[in-house]
Ligand binder design. Structure first.
Ligand SMILES: *Cc1c(COP(=O)(O)O)cnc(C)c1O
Length: 389
């Protein structure tokens, strides 16, 4: 079965007891046993629930993996992976990781002796650090947030396999519809399903997918031992959301590319970035590794902090909000919102200046989105950029 069909049918077999086409929400904390220890596969929801099993089956299939463990949110999935390490272990991480990934390394796992070294994995000359350092894990994210850097997952995984180092890819921005890290050689594909996979901004979730039985055991253990499980209701919502992933992603991609094309070269815009736009410095790699560029557009305005804040606050359709990947368009000002937890010097070193904004382009009508952007730019004196406005 093809992707679109699996998104709807795998893990969604009708309920055995009633025939309900949409399986119910198993809103239960515990499960009756016929004799002590004799269960029907479930004993307590922290360590498993039919809604988790169903969503795990769907997401494993979409990511081309054999096992998937679902978690309460993306950070819980990240916690599950990091909880498997010991004091002294080293993680080699891409330097432009998600802000809260950076924070959990620095402020939580650092206290337990987990070491992190940041590397610019867009630079192939840096791959040698993997063989030199023999890390316990290589932590990638591609495209990165918010700079949309693309990392060559196949090349880095090949390098890591020389020293048996597992590779994790945070696949949140691409979604499994556009990129499947396990097919490219990664060991673990992690996602915040809060974003594109659910796609409706109405719940949180996380997942780790793998083909490796040992990693699968570790993830199941972390889910129950650390208490990282989602709720049955939230997994049911993600299960509903993921059915339309393919059709949503196509539209996110198309709208985002249209916006990047529209803003590229505008006088008030220093640069605009989308993985599939010709101006992206790694567009060839993006097209080799992904089947679409997803719905995020990052741009830097030729504007100071005040004008940038006025612009992001003046939009009508784009809501000013953290998060991304929902059907509705959002705008984020990383320096003061999503990436405020990263020290300024560190943030600016990776390009997050005051004029930088990140658009999570939704699936509304593209004419309305372009008009909203033009009007808000004009309002703060950043020139209406075309006849469209
Ligand atoms: C949002 C996000 C996370 C964290 O997910 P939550 O569901 O918010 O906990 C991790 N990685 C990336 C790239 C994200 O965008």
């Amino acid at each position: 079965m093809k992707f679109e069909t699996r998104a709807i049918h795998v893990g969604q077999e009708p309920d055995l007891e009633t025939g309900a086409v949409i399986p119910p929400i198993y809103a239960t904390s515990t499960f009756a046993q016929s004799r002590p220890g004799e269960t029907r596969g479930y004993d307590y929801t922290r360590s498993g629930n039919p809604n988790f099993t169903r969503l795990g089956a769907t997401l494993a299939s979409l990511e081309s993996g054999t096992h998937a463990t679902v978690f309460g949110n993306g950070m819980a999935a990240i916690t599950a992976v990091l909880s498997t390490f010991s004091s002294g272990d080293l993680v080699l991480a891409e330097e432009n990781v998600y802000g809260c990934t950076f924070r959990i390394f620095a402020r939580v796992f650092d206290k337990f002796g987990l070491r992190v070294r940041y590397v610019d994995f867009a630079d192939p000359a840096q791959y040698r650090t993997i063989v030199e350092e023999r890390p316990a894990l290589v932590w990638l994210e591609s495209p990165t947030n918010p700079m949309l850097k693309i990392l060559d997952i196949a090349a880095i995984s090949a390098e890591a396999s020389k020293v048996g180092a597992p590779v994790l890819v945070d696949n949140t921005f691409a979604s499994p519809f556009f990129q499947r890290p396990l097919e490219l050689g990664a060991t673990l594909s992690l996602s915040s399903t809060t974003k594109y996979v659910n796609g409706h901004s109405d719940c949180l979730g996380g997942v780790v997918v793998t083909n490796d039985g040992d990693w699968n055991e570790k993830m199941i253990f972390a889910q129950k031992a650390v208490g990282l499980n989602p709720s049955p209701f939230d997994t049911w919502l993600v299960q509903r959301g993921v059915k339309t992933l393919a059709i949503r992603m196509r539209q996110h991609h198309e709208n985002a590319l249209a916006i990047a094309t529209h803003l590229d070269g505008a006088p008030s815009v220093k640069w605009v970035r989308h993985p599939f736009h010709a101006s992206h410095p790694q567009v060839e790699l993006a097209k080799r590794q992904m089947s679409g560029g997803s719905g995020i557009v990052t741009l830097e305005l030729d504007a100071d902090l005040d004008a940038t804040i006025a612009f992001v606050s003046g939009l009508e359709i784009f809501a000013l909000a953290e998060s991304l990947g929902g059907i509705e368009s959002l705008i984020d000002h990383p320096a003061s919102m999503t990436h405020a937890s990263i020290p300024r010097a560190e943030r600016e070193r990776v390009g997050i200046h005051d004029g930088l904004v990140r658009l999570s382009v939704g699936i509304e009508n593209i004419e309305d989105l372009l008009a909203d952007l033009d009007r808000a730019l004009g309002q703060v004196g950043l020139l209406p950029i075309s006849s469209r406005g």
